[in-house]
Design a protein. Structure first.
Length: 78
């Protein structure tokens, strides 16, 4: 069923498109500042992202999980 498989791939990309910004927003909220933003409330610093694969019903989804410089952020997904 090639049509079904391509639909699953599209759905997996949609899941990535929804979850990646949520993960970034979670980090921004935890740190109290956007990337490169200077505030007195800042509780840490953004670092690079790490690619992680999440197995879902629609197939594997690759997420770009943001990291803090000190490694203090953890998500409920990973």
């Amino acid at each position: 069923m090639p049509g079904l498989l391509s639909g699953r791939d599209e759905l997996a990309r949609l899941v990535e498109a929804v979850l990646n910004p949520i993960l970034e927003a979670q980090l921004t909220e935890a740190l109290g500042a956007e990337r490169h933003e200077r505030t007195e409330e800042r509780a840490g610093y953004h670092n690079e992202t790490r690619a992680r694969t999440l197995d879902t019903r629609v197939g594997p989804v690759t997420l770009q999980v943001p990291q803090t410089r000190d490694g203090s952020l953890s998500t409920e997904i990973f």
